[in-house]
Design a binder for this molecule. Structure first.
Ligand SMILES: NC(=O)c1ccc[n+]([C@@H]2O[C@H](COP(=O)([O-])OP(=O)(O)OC[C@H]3O[C@@H](n4cnc5c(N)ncnc54)[C@H](O)[C@@H]3O)[C@@H](O)[C@H]2O)c1
Length: 282
């Protein structure tokens, strides 16, 4: 088991939800924790909450911008070499439901944050870890990275990509004989502010796309909100993330018991040439 005490952790999207819970857990493990988020007021509040309990540093960061993530690395390294990077920042999406109806800006936003944010994190932090031959990266994907989710095509695309990148890195590190590790976190429904992601819509992408007035999409959105509100406590996810880091385990599926059967069925449907089953909305 890896002893994390005294090591430096960087968590993106740390002002809220799972990112905050992971940062809090890292503080309780006596790690030095760098909190990064685009929402500056919430970031300051989060850092203030944790500062009484350990060493924390808040760095305003937009993960969709490579230079911002490079700056995060420079500031984090002032605390020491970074041992743990959690590429966690993410947004759920915006605009009308079906893939072909979404404006380019809606695709750009989700892919820039959820996919490019992870790519920027890997490019900024992984080379130094490989050089030192120690460290661990946890990429937050989603159950939507393993299953078909209608009316969330950009989100599903970003999360499938994060799973794909993470599995590639896992094997690249293993083939090189590296002692650096990677995990991919694929949560189901977790009680966070993810359905209010539009609070972080960037002005540079123009006006926020109008919400979908299709009754079916509105019903699905209401169901998702209910499922998230009734979802797992983010602290339980954080517990599992840190367990996986200590045990150097790749997969972290906090809701595996709910989604395991359909994940298996999706794989089987591909091999058997059947149409893909949908993720359960419960
Ligand atoms: N909540 C769920 O049910 C669920 C399920 C599966 C996966 N996820 C994933 O978990 C991760 C964390 O989300 P959460 O559920 O805690 O939601 P959340 O909204 O509570 O937290 C997300 C954080 O990311 C930050 N963020 C957004 N854009 C950013 C940017 N460009 N740069 C830096 N920070 C940015 C937000 O300000 C926020 O603090 C996301 O990647 C999300 O896709 C969530």
């Amino acid at each position: 088991m890896v002893d994390l005490s005294g090591k430096v952790a960087v968590v993106t999207g740390a002002a809220s939800g799972m990112g905050f819970a992971i940062a809090e857990k890292c503080v309780s493990e006596r790690m030095k924790v760098v909190l990064a988020d685009v929402e500056e007021d919430a970031l300051e509040l989060a850092a203030d909450r944790l500062a009484q309990r350990g060493t924390v540093l808040a760095v305003p960061t937009d993960v969709s911008v490579a230079e911002s993530v490079d700056d995060l690395r420079r500031q984090a390294e002032a605390l020491g070499p970074v041992h743990l990077l959690c590429n966690n920042a993410g947004v759920s999406g915006a605009g009308p439901g079906a893939a072909w109806e979404k404006p380019i800006s809606a695709w750009q936003w989700v892919l820039e944050v959820n996919l490019w944010g992870v790519i920027h994190g890997i490019r900024a932090f992984l080379p130094a870890m490989v050089e030192r031959d120690q460290g661990h990266i946890v990429n937050t994907a989603s159950i939507a990275g393993l299953l078909p989710f209608p009316f969330a095509a950009p989100y599903a695309a970003s999360k499938h990509a994060v799973v794909g990148i993470s599995t590639s890195i896992f094997h690249e590190l293993a083939i090189r004989g590296s002692h650096v590790h990677v995990s991919v976190l694929c949560p189901g429904w977790i009680r966070t502010r993810i359905v209010d992601s539009e609070r972080n819509w960037p002005d540079r992408l123009g006006a926020l796309p109008a919400t979908d007035t299709n009754p079916m999409t509105q019903m699905l959105e209401a169901m998702v909100k209910q499922l998230v509100d009734a979802g797992m406590d983010p602290a339980m996810v954080a517990e599992q993330v840190l367990d996986a880091v200590r045990a150097e385990r790749f997969w972290v599926l906090p809701n595996a018991s709910d989604f395991g059967p359909v994940i298996r069925d999706v794989g089987a449907s591909a091999v058997e040439g059947r149409n893909p089953p949908m993720a359960p909305m419960a």
